[in-house]
Write a protein that binds this ligand. Structure first.
Ligand code: CLR
Length: 374
C-alpha cells in the first residue's frame, strides 16, 4: 500500500501505519498479540468496557416499570439500542478514532457505580477478567431497587479481511427483571459482529454487521439487523429491529444507532445522542491491586503523555510478573481462583433461551460459561 491511503494521519505516522497495515494482511489469530503503533494505543483496559452497558442508568432501571411482557420487551430493546453508541462509538468521540485497548491481566477487576438519582436506585458494576488466554471478561451490573440486573461475559475472535478487521464476539449477556408478583423474567442478549473499518486511512472505527437477538423468557424476541450504510438512507450505522411476541410484531424500529430511532407504530422513538452518564470509579489512591486503573497506572500515564518508552517498560514488567505467577501456579498445581465468578458446566438460561431463535441460527459459539458467585 502506498502512503497516500494514510492521508488522514500526520506525516510522521504514515509509514509506521503503512507497515502495520501490511503486517495485518499476513497476521492471523488473536488481535491482542498484535503489536500496534504506539499512537493507536488506548490507556484503557478492556475490563472497563462493560460499563458501556449502563451509561443510561435511567433506561436500565426503567425496564422493570413495564406493566406487560410487551412493554418490558420494548424497554429492553430501547435500552439495548441506546447502549450501542456507548459501546461502539465512544472511543472515536473521545480520542478521534478507535484504539487498541489494554489487554487485561487474569483476575483484573473493575468496580464502578451510578448514583441513585430521582429515586431510580443505585447501580453497581463488578467486572473481572476471567481468562487471559483466550481473553474473557465477566461482568455483573445490578440495580437492586429497580430489580434489574445484567450478567454476561465477553471475548473476541478476530481476523483480517481486507480492508477491515472482523471481530466476532464470543459470549452473551442475560438481563434479569424482578416482577412485582415475585417472579422474574430473563432476556438473553447476543452480541453483534463488528467490522473495524477505516484501517487503511489510519482512522479505525466500528461498524456493526449481521444480526443480534434479544430473547425473552416471556416469549418475546427482537432481531436487530445491522446494515452499515443502510437501505434507504445510505447512512452509516443503520439498523432495523423487529420485536415480536411469538405470534405478532409488536414494534419495528429503524434508524442509526448513533442517532435517531423511528418506530413505525410511533412509541419507540428516541435519540441515541441523549446525554449519557459515565461510570463512577473510586480514585486510584484508594484502589488495591488488581484493580484495573491501579494495575495499568504507569502504562496509562506513559500513553497519555506520549512517553511510550515508559509505557512499554511498565507493560513488559506487568507481563513478566504475570508469566511468573502462572509458572508458580503450575509448579504448585494450583489454578488461579476467580473472585466474583465461577466457571460452570452448563448455562441453563442461555441454553433454554437461545432455542427460541436457534431454528434460524446455530447457538452462539461459546467457549466459556460463567456464573456470578452468590
Ligand atoms: C484499532 C486497531 C488497530 C486494533 C484493534 C483493537 C481491537 C482489539 C479492539 C478495537 C475495538 C474493540 C472493541 C470495542 C467495543 C467492544 C464492546 C465491549 O462490550 C466488549 C469489547 C469490544 C468488543 C472491544 C474488543 C476489542 C476491540 C475489537
Amino acid at each position: 500500500m502506498s502512503n497516500s491511503g494514510t492521508a488522514e494521519l500526520p506525516a510522521s505516522q504514515q509509514s509506521t501505519w503503512s507497515s502495520f497495515v501490511k503486517g495485518l494482511a499476513s497476521w492471523s489469530g488473536d488481535l491482542s498479540s498484535l503489536t500496534a503503533p504506539s499512537f493507536i494505543l488506548s490507556p484503557t483496559s478492556l475490563t472497563e468496557f462493560p460499563a458501556y452497558w449502563c451509561e443510561h442508568p435511567d433506561e436500565f432501571a426503567a425496564i422493570s416499570s413495564g406493566k406487560t411482557p410487551e412493554e418490558r420487551a420494548k424497554l429492553v430493546l430501547r435500552w439495548f439500542i441506546l447502549t450501542l453508541k456507548c459501546q461502539y462509538a465512544t472511543r472515536n468521540e473521545k480520542m478521534g478514532s478507535e484504539k487498541k485497548p489494554l489487554n487485561p491481566i487474569l483476575g483484573e477487576t473493575f468496580y464502578g457505580s451510578w448514583p441513585d438519582s430521582n429515586g431510580r436506585g443505585k447501580t453497581d458494576l463488578i467486572v473481572e477478567q476471567a481468562s487471559d488466554h483466550p481473553p474473557i471478561t465477566a461482568y455483573y451490573i445490578n440495580n437492586e431497587k429497580a430489580g434489574v440486573s445484567l450478567e454476561g461475559h465477553s471475548g473476541q475472535k478476530t481476523s483480517f479481511s481486507a480492508p477491515s478487521i472482523v471481530v466476532k464476539q464470543v459470549g452473551h449477556a442475560i438481563i434479569t427483571v424482578k416482577l412485582e408478583d415475585g417472579n422474574a423474567e430473563e432476556y438473553l442478549i447476543t452480541l453483534p459482529r463488528l467490522k473495524i473499518d477505516g484501517i487503511l486511512y489510519g482512522k479505525p472505527y466500528i461498524e456493526l454487521t449481521e444480526v443480534s437477538y434479544i430473547v425473552g423468557s416471556n416469549g418475546t424476541s427482537a432481531t436487530i439487523d445491522y446494515k452499515g450504510k443502510g437501505w434507504l438512507s445510505g447512512k452509516a450505522h443503520s439498523y432495523k429491529a423487529t420485536l415480536t411476541n411469538g405470534s405478532s410484531t409488536i414494534s419495528q424500529v429503524e434508524g442509526q444507532w448513533t442517532g435517531l430511532a423511528k418506530d413505525s407504530k410511533g412509541d419507540l422513538n428516541f435519540d441515541a445522542q441523549m446525554p449519557k452518564e459515565e461510570v463512577n470509579v473510586k480514585p486510584i489512591e484508594e484502589q488495591q491491586l488488581p484493580e484495573s486503573r491501579l494495575v495499568w497506572k504507569e502504562v496509562a500515564e506513559g500513553i497519555r503523555n506520549g512517553n511510550y518508552d515508559k509505557a512499554g517498560k511498565a507493560k513488559s514488567q506487568i507481563e513478566n510478573d504475570q508469566r511468573a505467577k502462572r509458572k508458580d501456579e503450575a509448579a504448585e498445581s494450583k489454578k488461579h481462583e476467580l473472585k466474583h465468578f465461577n466457571q460452570i458446566a452448563s448455562d441453563e438460561s442461555y441454553a433454554k433461551l437461545i432455542k427460541q431463535v436457534s431454528s434460524t441460527l446455530p447457538p452462539t459459539e461459546e467457549g466459556y460459561k460463567l456464573k456470578r458467585d452468590n
